[in-house]
Design a protein around this ligand. Structure first.
Ligand SMILES: CC(C)(COP(=O)(O)OP(=O)(O)OC[C@H]1O[C@@H](n2cnc3c(N)ncnc32)[C@H](O)[C@@H]1OP(=O)(O)O)[C@@H](O)C(=O)NCCC(=O)NCCS
Length: 238
């Protein structure tokens, strides 16, 4: 991964002294040297403040026009039950991006809950998060051979920003398009207004993206390049 990627507790994390030695070894971080924006991958319970701030960012994005049609809600207890890892982006102690990932099946890892603060859009941060997950997952889970994610299909196309973000590190869209019925729960009730309806109820279309043989090396190269990218200034808060 090169000298810019290091395994440590993370100076920018709020309470690194509270991490146990085992958890310290399971944290991966990459810093963008010009801006100080840092990506971390770590167990979901390692730093409760990060989990709380990440969830607040996710909920804010989920309630926005950009996020509402595309993301399911997540609840903290489920992350613990799945032994999920977080991928987090920090700018001066502020969480500006979040995703989580967990093992699904004997050799697959699913990446979910991807959200970037819209003020930080177009900085490829939506790729940094899955890239650090791809880089870190084999260090924390056994038998990782495949990564996948699920994208909402609206109209004729899968979530374009997500597709572009995952494609940069070699994920490909899978056929066919699937459908999923909504149960109106916390997870998916915000998708009701944009859902389709048939005799069984409201449903959405989705398409999976899966990693390829190139994904690990592309993720590593992407993180290395991103570490020295000159990023634009974030947009002003609206
Ligand atoms: C998906 C998401 C994480 C991507 O974050 P991001 O890195 O800031 O994404 P960007 O704004 O850089 O967009 C990525 C690419 O999408 C495309 N894109 C951006 N804005 C677009 C728009 N309005 N319409 C179509 N394509 C667009 C561009 O190709 C862009 O790449 P480029 O800047 O190199 O041209 C972020 O948009 C987000 O939080 N969306 C809401 C939640 C969501 O959809 N999560 C994903 C669930 S699977």
């Amino acid at each position: 991964m090169g000298s810019l990627t290091k395994t440590h507790a993370g100076a920018a994390v709020a309470a690194p002294d509270t991490l146990t030695p085992k958890i310290q070894r399971s944290v991966l971080s990459v810093e963008n040297l010009a801006s100080g924006i840092t990506a971390f991958s770590l167990p979901c319970g390692a730093v409760p403040e990060l989990l709380g701030a990440g969830k607040r960012l996710f909920d804010r994005v989920k309630e926005s026009d950009m996020g509402r049609p595309h993301v399911d809600g997540w609840i903290v207890e489920e992350l613990f039950a799945r032994q999920a890892q977080l991928a987090v982006l920090l700018d001066r102690q502020q969480v500006i991006g979040i995703a989580h990932y967990h093992k699904t099946g004997p050799d697959a890892v699913t990446i979910r809950g991807l959200a970037v603060d819209p003020r930080y859009g177009r900085m490829k941060l939506g790729t940094v998060l899955p890239a650090i997950a791809v880089a870190h997952a084999p260090l924390v889970f056994d038998e990782v051979r495949r990564f996948e994610c699920s994208l909402r299909v609206l109209g004729h196309a899968a979530n374009e920003r997500s597709r572009a973000s995952f494609e940069r590190i070699g994920f490909v869209l899978e056929e066919p398009v699937g459908i999923s019925y909504l149960d109106g729960s916390h997870h998916n009730r915000d998708k009701m207004p944009t859902a389709e309806i048939d005799g069984h109820g409201a449903f959405i279309r989705y398409q999976r993206m899966t990693s390829t043989d190139e994904t690990s090396s592309r993720a590593a190269r992407f993180l290395q390049d991103w570490a020295s990218d000159i990023l634009p200034f974030p947009a002003a808060a609206s």
